[in-house]
Design a protein around this ligand. Structure first.
Ligand SMILES: Cc1cc2nc3c(=O)[nH]c(=O)nc-3n(C[C@H](O)[C@H](O)[C@H](O)COP(=O)(O)OP(=O)(O)OC[C@H]3O[C@@H](n4cnc5c(N)ncnc54)[C@H](O)[C@@H]3O)c2cc1C
Length: 275
C-alpha cells in the first residue's frame, strides 16, 4: 500500500490483475459505460423492476447503446449509459449521455448526483490464456471469465473460482477451468461479428430476445449458464440469415491485435454535482 516491494513465496499464484494487453482477436468491442448514483426529489423508481437494456438512447454510428436503471429505493438508483463500440467517449461525452438519459428519456426531474462510476469491459472472441507459468494462473476477468457478447463476468468467475477452491481442497491440480463452454464462446464470436459488421441491428436483436425468450432462461444465457438445446432455441430467435453469414465468414477473418484504451478509469469516483 505504501509502494514498498515485498517478496512472497507460494506454491500457486492466481492472478486476477487486468492484463496489460489483449490477445489478437477476430472481433474486439468495448463495453464502456458511465453512471450516476442519483437521488430524486420525488419517488420515480419502481424498486420491484430493473431496466437492463433501455434502447431509447441515441444509437451510435457503430455498435449500440442503451441505458440501465438499478433502483435501491423509490428515490435512489444507479442510472447508467452504456455503449458497445470500438472507442470510449470523452468525460464530457459520458456526462452528456447520462444527462440526456436521466433528464430527457427518464425525466427524473429534480435530482442530485451522489456519486459516479465509469468502466470499460472488453468484449473479445480471442481465447484468453489461463496459465502464464508452471504455477501461475489467471482467474476472473483476466482469465477469460467475461462472457464475450454481454460483458457479464460475475457468474463465470464464481464458477471458475469455486472449481479452483474445490481442487485445492481435494489436493488436486488447481488449474482454473474455462468460465464458459466452447459452445457459448462460439455463439458469442458470431454475435460480436454480426454486431461489429453492422449486419444486425443490436437494439432490435436484444429486444427480440427479451420479448421472445422466457426471462429466466435469457438471464441464465447472459450469465453463460444455459444447456445446448436452450442455446439453440435462443439462436433461432435471432436474425438467422445475418448470423449464419457472420458464422460462415469467421474462420476466414484474421485475428488482429487490439490496443486497450488507457482511459477512462474503472471504479467509483467521488460525489460532485447537484442539479
Ligand atoms: C463499473 C462496472 C460494473 C460492472 N458490472 C457488472 C455486472 O453487473 N455483472 C457482471 O457480471 N460483471 C460486471 N462487471 C464486470 C466486472 O469487471 C466483473 O464482474 C468483476 O469485477 C471482475 O472481477 P475480477 O476480480 O476478475 O476483476 P476486478 O474486479 O477488475 O479486479 C482486479 C483487481 O486487480 C487490482 N489490480 C490492478 N492492478 C494491480 C496491480 N498491479 N497489483 C495488484 N492489484 C492490482 C485492481 O485494483 C482490482 O481490485 C462490471 C465492471 C465494471 C467496471
Amino acid at each position: 500500500a505504501h509502494g514498498r516491494t515485498r517478496v512472497l513465496s507460494a506454491r500457486w499464484v492466481f492472478d486476477s490483475r487486468p492484463p496489460g494487453s489483449l490477445p489478437a482477436a477476430r472481433t474486439t468491442l468495448l463495453q464502456h459505460f458511465h453512471g450516476w448514483f442519483v437521488r430524486t426529489a420525488r419517488p420515480v423508481f419502481d424498486t420491484a423492476a430493473v431496466e437492463l437494456m433501455d434502447f431509447r438512447t441515441p444509437q451510435p454510428a457503430h455498435g449500440l447503446s442503451f441505458g440501465y436503471v438499478l433502483p435501491t429505493s423509490p428515490c435512489e438508483a444507479l442510472v447508467e449509459y452504456t455503449e458497445f463500440s470500438a472507442h470510449p467517449l470523452t468525460p464530457d461525452g459520458y456526462e452528456a449521455a447520462v444527462s440526456h438519459y436521466a433528464d430527457d428519456v427518464l425525466r427524473l426531474g429534480e435530482r442530485q448526483v451522489l456519486a459516479r462510476e465509469t468502466g470499460v469491459i472488453t468484449m473479445t472472441d480471442a481465447p484468453v490464456p489461463r496459465q502464464t507459468g508452471a504455477s501461475v494462473f489467471r482467474i476472473g476477468a483476466a482469465g477469460g471469465a467475461t462472457r464475450p457478447a454481454t460483458g457479464y463476468t460475475f457468474a463465470g468467475l464464481q464458477r471458475q473460482t469455486r472449481a479452483v477452491a474445490d481442487a485445492l481442497r481435494r489436493g488436486r491440480y488447481p488449474a482454473p477451468p474455462a468460465a464458459h463452454p466452447l459452445r457459448s464462446r462460439l455463439m458469442d464470436a458470431v454475435l460480436l461479428r454480426a454486431l461489429d459488421s453492422g449486419r444486425v441491428d443490436g437494439p432490435e436483436l436484444f429486444s427480440r430476445l427479451f420479448a421472445r425468450v422466457p426471462m429466466a432462461r435469457l438471464l441464465r444465457f447472459l450469465d453463460g449458464d444455459t444447456r445446448p438445446h436452450e442455446d439453440l432455441s435462443i439462436g433461432l430467435r435471432t436474425p438467422v440469415g445475418p448470423m449464419l453469414r457472420s458464422a460462415l465468414e469467421l474462420p476466414r477473418l484474421p485475428r488482429r491485435p487490439f490496443d486497450l484504451p488507457t482511459a477512462p478509469a474503472t471504479g467509483h469516483l467521488p460525489p460532485t454535482e447537484t442539479a
